[in-house]
Write a protein that binds this ligand. Sequence first.
Ligand SMILES: CCCCCCCCCC/C=C\CCCCCC(=O)SCCNC(=O)CCNC(=O)[C@H](O)C(C)(C)COP(=O)(O)OP(=O)(O)OC[C@H]1O[C@@H](n2cnc3c(N)ncnc32)[C@H](O)[C@@H]1OP(=O)(O)O
Ligand SMILES: Cc1cc2nc3c(=O)[nH]c(=O)nc-3n(C[C@H](O)[C@H](O)[C@H](O)COP(=O)(O)OP(=O)(O)OC[C@H]3O[C@@H](n4cnc5c(N)ncnc54)[C@H](O)[C@@H]3O)c2cc1C
Length: 551
Amino acid sequence: MFVPTLMGQCTPEQQAYWLPRALDMQIIGTYAQTELGHGTFIRGLETTATYDPETETFVMNSPTLTSYKWWAGGLAKTVNYCIVVAQLYTKGVCHGTHPFIVQIRDEETHMPRPGVKVGDIGPKLGFNTADNGYLGFDNYRIPRDNMMMKNAQVLKDGTYVKVARHGKATYGTMVFVRVLLVNEAAFNLAKACTIAVRYSAIRRQCSPDSEGSELQVLDYSTQQHKLFICIATAHALQLNSTWLWKTFSDTLAAIKQGNVDTLPELHALSSCLKALSTADAASLIEQCRHACGGHGYMMSSGLPYLYAFVTATRTYEGDYTILLLQTARFLVKAYEQVEAGKPLTPTVSYLSQAFTGKKLPWDSSPDGIIRAFQALAAGKLSSTVKSLRKRLESGLSYEQAWELSTIQLNGAAEAHCRAVMSQNYKSEIERLTVNSSPNVKLVLQQLYKVYLYYWALERTGDLLLYTSISESDIFELQLRYEGLLKEIRPNAVGIVDAFDLRDEVLHSALGSYDGNVYERLMAEAQKSPLNAEPVNQTFHTYLKPMMKGKL
Ligand SMILES: CCCCCCCCCC/C=C\CCCCCC(=O)SCCNC(=O)CCNC(=O)[C@H](O)C(C)(C)COP(=O)(O)OP(=O)(O)OC[C@H]1O[C@@H](n2cnc3c(N)ncnc32)[C@H](O)[C@@H]1OP(=O)(O)O
Ligand SMILES: Cc1cc2nc3c(=O)[nH]c(=O)nc-3n(C[C@H](O)[C@H](O)[C@H](O)COP(=O)(O)OP(=O)(O)OC[C@H]3O[C@@H](n4cnc5c(N)ncnc54)[C@H](O)[C@@H]3O)c2cc1C
């Protein structure tokens, strides 16, 4: 995050000074925004940067315990520079949070600079090879030029000048990283399903008829139900990530031309896609672990590490709930635009259905299911707005009414995001397979159908509310879904092999290409330090005295 922030928040002159040093690794940096007391609520950050025109420096301070920076990756022992997000004070006025480049350690000795308190935050669920750190300041001075001045400036005499056209321009790095994280979610889920599908082809357990040989666990319908949605989701996330990257690049190009009109939509899309992709990836990686039974619990399976790594992505760079609520703000505005008869941007144009007042006729084709997801999102949004307005009519303030409606708002944002993801998944597969062989087309279509059927069956309650789906339609869809799993089964290993992930990348005894699961598990077990000696000293220290009644 250090380098993207230098790129996004510095003036060209500042970039010319800092970027070569960072890219050559003459300096190593991190991004310290979150504090012990505040992560989500950026406006509540407490670290201060107070401009002193006499010395043309900013004085950095951590006025409270809760103002200590907390979490930045590499902050504890690795980095010598840091982007610090702090409340900017000049001429006695607070201008809100701004980013500053702060040297925290000596470039030669690596000792913390006087006035800087820095350390490690301790062990975490995962990420334990990263020295996430804390950081506090005691009247620590940095040169005026170290304020990142692309979007706002403090002149030598202390005059504050706003440059950016958009109030949230300083949040740019977060949007960029949220876009990248969708790809990260796809990549890690692809790893987990490669491991679990390959292992399920090797693992044999139980025999349906007592005479026959044991089945590969991949032949069980329930195993296919657990795993094929993982493959389909990895594809869906990958294609959505490429699509989102294009949307991001187009918006960035427009901003460079001075047009910020598409930024709210990019923020709404990157927020919900980051939220849903990281949450789906984390829960499906855990599902892959379940699918590997006890061996999935071994560190040597690679799955616990993957889960610990990915579950953090649901929180960092904006927590799941918070980001969905950002999307919900955009959706409520879009709803109001429909009411006012104003045009909508493409990703929300389907919301015009929210006013039909009728249930969408059920159609079980892939396009029909996508329309049903859209109707569901539109219907949920419409109900949410009704609740919001009812609460306003009862005399509550907008903020109170909004807070009471946030469960529904999150539901509407989740449904919107699922509809966007489903639509993009199908249309990108169609676009990319125009010249593919019929067999490749068929397999990729089977996978997006799995995604659509799976989520339709997960959301039958909502579909009953907002579409004309009947009990027999649901029954028929369930049978079709189960049939599809059987069609995919013969290609399942080939499909995960097509992710083309090397053994070194998978790092798993269960998922290696050669399928030598048992040999690898045993070889990994031999590495346990407990196997280094026939009798461990704890026998003599504790067990034997206890057994002899001497403890
Ligand atoms: C380089 C990394 C590569 C990653 C990929 C590879 C991964 C490999 C592994 C990497 C390992 C580790 C990486 C770890 C990185 C983790 C780094 C961090 O976590 S940094 C800290 C991140 N923190 C957050 O994300 C905080 C979340 N909170 C917020 O974003 C905001 O506070 C908020 C959006 C919740 C609210 O902001 P606030 O200022 O209070 O806003 P208001 O309520 O006043 O106004 C809302 C208004 O502003 C619009 N808005 C908000 N944000 C944006 C934005 N980013 N862009 C555009 N517009 C924005 C919002 O829509 C509202 O508009 P209205 O018109 O008023 O509706
Ligand atoms: C592995 C890891 C690496 C990280 N790396 C960095 C880094 O490099 N730099 C950095 O600056 N930060 C980093 N972070 C911090 C991260 O960005 C924050 O943890 C994240 O933004 C969430 O903030 P928080 O922890 O303060 O949670 P909180 O904001 O305290 O949230 C706690 C709970 O309250 C809920 N909540 C909060 N506000 C509201 C609301 N308004 N409405 C409804 N519910 C609400 C949330 O949904 C959540 O469930 C990292 C975190 C992790 C886990």
